[in-house]
Design a protein around this ligand. Structure first.
Ligand code: FAD
Length: 387
């Protein structure tokens, strides 16, 4: 027997350092996350602060950024960390993606030197948590329609509006909030506890239950002039951050799929049906083979996109292709694995149904599958079909 990833000799594409980083993150997940995550999911609670400190101590928060306490590692290393985290739970990978690729990246890329010094080292260490508020109740796929405004009053900015579906919202020390101004969309750093800024958690989720999802309400929030991100002008600011986070998902989704497939292979070996192991039936082997193929192709694509990112040539369309393909296939793999587990597959005793329902969120956030199809369609035809 070989591991599903061995079928494609994936490790031959990785450096020793990359393999070590993968092992380190896997060890942390095995020790700190896997034993508890089904319980957190069931309770709909996450010890986010403790986890952020643990993940910060091994250097995964903002690990692909340079300086300010960040490790400055390559894209493939970052992707492999996302893969291991999402093999534990998509909610954990979401915490890390939002912290590193959305909140920290926004500050790192567009922030002033003072903002970087104030926030990045503490966020890299996991002592402070950030969130990223772009989506609103009426504008998700079309963030250009946002209603949140920031108006100048003397030397200050005053923000009004509501953001919804914001990962890490209620556990954040700082929110990166995107708002409409007279000069187009701009980003602002809103510290937790600023008067007029309230955060309410989204309840009754069936997906990503081991992740904090919140509403941010900004009611006359007054911020000093230096709260604006000086380097971000227009929607390209938030979209640049989303491109970073989507890249992590290309790897992460394959982590969830790998965990499902490994679980199903072990289950099918143990489970006897009609007096023989489930894994000895041709129908089962066809399912396993098909899933191993999609997993391997998705991983090859992820590593390829990672190398393009490291070379500085990765385009947004290529990230869309990776996100669309890998999340869609991961979801198919999770569903197919669930069938192999039979009734046991619907319980939290096994990770498969948890991954499956989590991946429903992953299919929708960071650009829905439909929006990524439209991005690819535009690249292929030259015609934008969004409107
Ligand atoms: C668990 C979770 C965490 C999230 N975390 C964050 C976060 O941290 N920060 C943040 O800002 N946002 C976050 N989001 C929001 C997420 O990015 C949005 O949900 C997503 O962009 C889709 O927006 P929507 O839900 O408003 O759906 P809509 O935009 O209303 O889309 C509804 C449907 O219409 C389709 N559609 C839209 N436009 C078109 C079109 N032109 N042609 C064809 N079909 C179309 C969509 O693909 C979808 O199928 C999160 C969401 C979830 C579920």
């Amino acid at each position: 027997m070989i591991a599903p990833t061995a079928l494609f000799a994936l490790d031959t594409l990785l450096t020793e350092e990359e393999r070590e980083i993968r092992s380190t993150v896997r060890r942390v997940c095995d020790r700190e996350i896997r034993p508890h995550v089904a319980g957190w999911f069931e309770a709909g609670e996450l010890p986010a602060r403790e986890l952020a400190r643990t993940l910060g101590s091994v250097g995964v928060l903002g690990m692909h950024l340079d300086g300010y306490g960040c490790a400055g590692l390559g894209a493939v290393s970052y992707g492999l960390a996302c893969l291991e985290l999402e093999a534990a739970d998509s909610g954990l990978r979401s915490l890390v993606s939002v912290q590193g690729s959305l909140a920290m990246y926004a500050i790192w890329k567009y922030g002033s030197e003072e903002q970087k010094q104030e926030w990045l080292p503490a966020m890299a260490a996991g002592e402070r948590i950030g969130c990223f508020g772009l989506t609103e109740p009426d504008f998700g796929s079309d963030p250009g329609g946002m209603r949140t405004t920031a108006k100048r009053e003397g030397g200050d900015w005053v923000l009004n509006g509501t953001k919804l579906w914001i990962t890490n919202g209620s556990v954040s020390d700082v929110a990166v909030v995107w708002a409409r101004t007279d000069e187009g969309v701009r980003g602002f750093l809103v510290p937790a506890g600023t008067p007029g800024f309230t955060v309410n958690d989204v309840k009754h989720k069936i997906s990503l239950r081991a992740s904090v999802t919140s509403e941010l309400v900004l009611d006359g929030v007054r911020l000093p002039a230096e709260a604006i991100l000086p380097g971000a002008r227009g929607l390209s600011g938030p979209l640049g951050c989303l491109n970073e986070a989507r890249f992590g998902i290309v790897f992460g989704a394959m982590g969830a799929a790998l965990d499902c497939l490994e679980t199903a292979i072990a289950y099918a070996a143990d489970r006897e049906v009609f007096a023989k192991p489930l894994s000895s039936y041709q129908l089962t082997q066809e399912k396993l083979a098909d899933m191993a193929l999609e997993l391997g192709k998705g991983l090859l694509l992820a590593v390829h996109l990672g190398r393009l990112k490291e070379a500085g040539t990765l385009t947004p369309e290529q990230v869309s292709a990776g996100k669309l393909n890998n999340v869609r296939e991961a979801l198919e793999i999770a569903r197919k694995c669930r069938t192999l587990l039979g009734a046991s597959g619907i319980t939290l005793e096994y990770p498969v149904i948890r991954h499956s329902v989590n991946l429903e969120s992953v299919l929708t956030y960071e650009g829905t599958s439909e929006i990524h199809s439209l991005v690819i369609g535009k690249a292929l035809t030259g015609i934008a079909a969004f409107k």
